[in-house]
Design a protein around this ligand. Sequence first.
Ligand code: SAM
Length: 293
Amino acid sequence: MTQLTDLAQGQHYPAGALYIVATPIGNVADITLRALHVLGLADRIAAEDTRNTAQLLARYGISKPSIAVHEHNERSAAERVIEHLRNGERIACVSDAGTPGISDPGAKLVDAVRDAGFPVVPLPGASALTTALSAAGAWVQAFTFVGFLATKSKQRAAQLQAYAEQPAALVFYEAPHRIVETVQALADTLGGERQLLIARELTKLHESLHRCTLAEGPTWLAGDANRQRGEFVLVVEGAPQQQDADDAHDALLAMLLEELSVSSAARLAATLTGASRNALYARALLLNKSEEE
Ligand code: SAM
């Protein structure tokens, strides 16, 4: 019978190249046939944590020499990787989970290897980012991947301010001990009305995906201690487009104008929405006029 990994063999895998290999983010079966083929073919594995990776590879019956490439030694380790590439080795780069270079070591190694003139070959596979986005739904179109926010509240607020007006959805990674604080900070800075997807423990036994508004997020998380455990991806709706805001303001003003004068309707709408009173007054005048015609 054909081995499944034979399916990955049709392509040429040059020697003296760095292969970027995604590994599972929880479920050990989430590894591609090509990844297994290349890990089997590699002379050496550049791993974020060599012991972790050895344990993972043992599950697939693979054992290889390794080099530690982590956030504290990435540049110096790159020199060693390049020496091995000069000797014609195939090196596979893996992180602890998911895709290297995505909130993980790998990017500096890629730069150094490419600058030294060796090919970098990416193999697609698991990432918490794409896994969460695949189940987000149609309210997410364009997105910006932010990853981990700063832990200090002042820096975090400044970082978020820079994204506050973006129409693209925002994607964050977060650890369990900061999840409530971070969702609260998102609600405080971006406004409570935006949609939020809390994707927890993806591909694992206690996987959960919960959609609510940013304002509802902290209460939902506090509702059960288990909801704050594990690994998180947060997907937050982008800033409302001006047209959407205008349509919502018109609907509100039309309702208020049934009972109130133009100026009272504009004043109340400004209080309810936080939008400019002058702008709302101008819209209310237009609505009132078209009603009278
Ligand atoms: N390189 C990885 C990737 O491709 O997704 C990300 C590594 S980063 C150091 C770890 C963070 O990714 C976690 O703190 C969490 O925010 C997110 N993450 C990783 N695995 C996850 C999972 N199974 N479910 C939800 N989030 C996960």
